[in-house]
Design a protein around this ligand. Structure first.
Ligand code: ADP
Ligand code: MG
Length: 252
């Protein structure tokens, strides 16, 4: 479980994250939604420790990240998998080498065991057959799957994905969503996903946090979102293509 308590972050005197408190549970895909510029990426960077908050706590199963010393933070980092915008694969490395990278950096296991782990992860994302290809030779969806395999190589307790579907077509987006949802349940990870894709919300939104101009505006489940009485949330939800279509169909 990850808990954020009264997080505040300003840039150049402007408050970007305005007193957000939230709880993210184990075995669930926790979605953070909001318009572009609402603060999702800054919030995620605070959670993983890439930015330091001006005030507030971030607790990983009780341990407060902002007060950690370097060694403790490094140990925690190895329990985190990250999938940040773009898949950020190394172009000069094969798919297999990309997944091996965190293992060779941080795993104490023998080379043979590391390779077995990498192969296992590639198999899980159905990329085993493409292990020897380079990122330039595969599709966007395959790159994303490789990045997921790399993110789970060290068997993380916590998984962070910032807009995992950006640049993917709707069908591939669905596959990526299902994959992230599946591995979250399978490995009982605490997963947090930034998205502005309502398809993802309805597909895998175990828990949803809606951020509006740096504030937590609403939280609930995908079953609650359709009937939520919150104007800002409704505007966001019904601005999406999917919901214009649903509404139009209902009115016929
Ligand atoms: N390093 C930074 N310095 C100054 N302003 C920033 C920085 N990072 C983000 N911001 C600002 O914070 C706001 C929220 O950005 P971001 O978290 O990227 O939004 P989102 O991910 O929801 O689209 C934006 O107005 C952005 O310009
Ligand atoms: Mg963002």
């Amino acid at each position: 479980m990850i808990e954020a308590k009264h997080l505040i972050k300003s840039f150049d005197g402007k408050e970007i994250i305005r007193d957000i408190s939230a709880t993210f549970e184990k075995g669930k895909t926790n979605l953070i939604i909001g318009r572009s510029g609402s603060g999702k990426t800054v919030f995620m960077k605070l959670l993983v420790g890439l930015l330091s908050p001006d005030a507030g706590e971030i607790r990983y199963d009780g341990r407060n990240l902002p007060s950690m010393k370097k060694a403790e933070l490094n140990a925690l980092r190895q329990e985190m998998g990250m999938l940040f915008q773009g898949s950020a694969l190394f172009d000069s490395m094969t798919v297999m080498e990309n997944v091996m990278f965190p293992l060779t950096m941080f795993s104490q296991e023998t080379r043979q065991k590391q390779e077995m782990r990498a192969q296992f992860c590639l198999k899980r994302v159905q990329m085993a057959d493409a292990a020897d290809l380079y990122p330039g030779e595969i599709s966007g969806g395959m790159m994303k799957r490789t990045a997921i395999a790399r993110a789970i190589a060290l068997n993380p307790k916590y998984l962070f994905c910032d807009e995992p579907n950006s640049g993917l077509d709707p069908k591939t987006s669905l596959l990526i969503d299902d994959l992230i949802h599946g591995i979250t349940q399978e490995y009982n990870m605490t997963t947090i996903i930034n998205t502005h894709d309502m398809n993802s919300v309805m597909n895998i939104g175990d828990k949803i946090l809606f951020i509006y101009e740096g504030k937590k505006e609403w939280e609930g489940t995908k079953d609650e979102i359709m009937n939520a009485e919150n104007k800002k949330l409704n505007d966001f939800v019904f601005a999406s293509d999917l919901f214009r279509k649903v509404k139009a169909a209902e009115n016929q």
